[in-house]
Write a new protein. Sequence first.
Length: 452
Amino acid sequence: MLNELFHTVRFGSVGMFCQSARLNQVPASIIVGTQWGDEGKGRFADLLAKDMSMVVRYQGGHNAGHTLVVDGEKFALQLVPSGVLYDHITPVIGNGVVVDPFVLLAEMKTLTDRGVDCSRLKVSGNAHLIMPYHQQLDALQERHLGSAKLGTTKRGIGPAYADKALRVGIRVQDLLDESIFRKKIEAVLSHTNKILTKAFNRLPVDPDELADKVLEQCLEGLKPHIADTVDLVHNDLEAGKNILFEGAQATFLDIDHGTYPFVTSSNPTSGGACPGAGVGPKHIERVIGVAKAYVTRVGAGPFPTELFDEVGDHFVDVGHEYGTNTGRRRRTGWVDAVMLRHAVRLNGLTELAITKLDVLDMLDKVKICVAYDLDGEEVTKLPYHQSQVHKATPVYQEFSGWKTDLTSVKDPADLPAEAKTFLDALEEQVGVPIRYVSIGPSRKQYVDFGAV
Ligand code: GDP
Ligand code: IMO
Ligand code: MG
């Protein structure tokens, strides 16, 4: 009864998910982070992959860390798409991703050693390569910025995308033609070496040595996986199969729509899936925005609801808020509906997946930021001038905590009244249905409000 009530409340007005069978007819879905990353996109991509034929990463690189916990085993993926654990999935690294070939091969080896079959993995020939000099430049540029540094992952993401935009990047397909590959390395290094030596006082990179190393160590392992991934994606779409596009990073790390310059160098927002995988928007039906029940951020940049008190420490300690790959302590704060409303607009979200609700379990009070106070004026939309985001003071709605362990809840009807009140208020504030709520890191620890 409560289940039905919840379903009516959450989906009654939108009317999208009344037939669960319909979910399986949706051609393409996108998973996108709605905050500053690490929302739990990977675990929901893994969950949804069950009903898909393909999971396609469309941007970013190994700055991502996507954690899956299945049958007590933990997998921390960087470049390999989250569908890899299923035998029926073709995991695809799309053209919009920047690929460090050494990292990809190491990740595939680690997974293979753990019994995960990576043979179906496809990598777009049009994806750009991250080379060691990109990582070196990333670290040098950060050091050069001093206290104004961005706090990048130092994985070479920005410099690799910069070379792509400058049209001196090296693509995965270049590996297949040795003379082209060598020429391109030489061409880009004639410019990059000037930066390394003259701007940063470093040694130049030898083009032949680098080309030899990459060809010797990476070509054989990568060759069987290099593919025309646009063709693969469209073959599946034309065959009526379902595809999941898996965003890395998040809406407010988007180079166009995020808190620039404290952003990554790609478009994680849902629209990025179109150029990043080679599909038109007409194929996309579901856009699932993943949001933590609170907020975290790694690296510098504005964060209106950031906490510096014991609640902030609680989120770090109970939520284990340390980077999946970099180990950095994440900044934490209350969930921010102002930002989430903006994320709905930017991504065309059809629904939300709220993660880590269990981390709030033992708090006396829980809060949602519903507006910002800007010099005494209350605003409910994200200010377009970033200086205002930097100085925004959050206006909160406060609720009683539920003080109950949620980690084994399976049915929405079993959620305590206080948790329902919190979720209802969040849904009302954000304006799209909450479809899923996770209450623990394992694949099975979630509640589905659409499965009535
Ligand atoms: P992603 O980058 O968006 O895929 O997220 P990360 O994997 O970087 O960070 C999410 C972290 O939260 C991982 O350690 C997950 O195992 C964990 N996690 C995901 N969902 C839940 C949840 O509902 N509850 C708890 N306690 N942990 C979760
Ligand atoms: P997933 O996919 C959280 C952040 C970095 C830094 C900024 C720029 O796991 O959610 P970059 O190395 O991309 O040039 O760094 O973006 N960042 C992330 N933060 N999760 C991520 O990925 C991130 N990828 C990049 O911390 O602030
Ligand atoms: Mg992550």
